[in-house]
Design a protein around this ligand. Structure first.
Ligand code: ZN
Length: 142
């Protein structure tokens, strides 16, 4: 793994997760984390971080479903209390739910990958917080 000398490391977990949710490398913030919809890049061309070490598994869909459910509750009430025919209510509800679910998957996965990296989980050794602490204490040269 290359050092952080030419990068902009996140200062906090939330900053790292925000980068991941935006599809940026949580470590350097400059390059795209996802070359394809849900497949993270193997190595970040900016900082050299290996992103194949993550184990997000089913957690991104869980996050996406929970957020969609909370957003859809008032939407379903509004649609249900409208004067629309039943088939239009169903079509509208299913369409909004599917768009939300699909559009939230990548940000959820990026945030979870960033969380795992920051905490040093699975293959991310040392984690982002450890790298930052070492850098700030001067024990890491860059
Ligand atoms: Zn990077």
């Amino acid at each position: 793994m290359t050092p952080w000398s030419n990068s902009n490391p996140p200062a906090t977990l939330s900053a790292a997760m925000l980068r991941g949710a935006r599809g940026l490398c949580p470590r350097c913030g400059a390059k795209h984390l996802f070359p394809r919809y849900l497949k993270p890049s193997a190595l970040c061309p900016g900082c050299g971080q290996d992103w194949t070490l993550h184990q997000a598994d089913d957690f991104p869909p869980y996050v996406s479903i929970i957020v969609t459910g909370h957003v859809m509750a008032p939407v379903m009430i509004a649609i249900g209390s409208s004067e629309l025919p039943l088939w239009q209510m169903i079509t509208l509800s299913v369409t909004i739910a599917l768009v939300l679910l699909i559009s939230l998957l990548q940000p959820a996965k990026g945030g979870i990958i960033a969380l795992q990296w920051w905490m040093g989980m699975h293959g991310f050794k040392p984690g982002g917080r450890t790298e930052l602490a070492e850098r700030l204490s001067g024990s890491r040269p860059d």
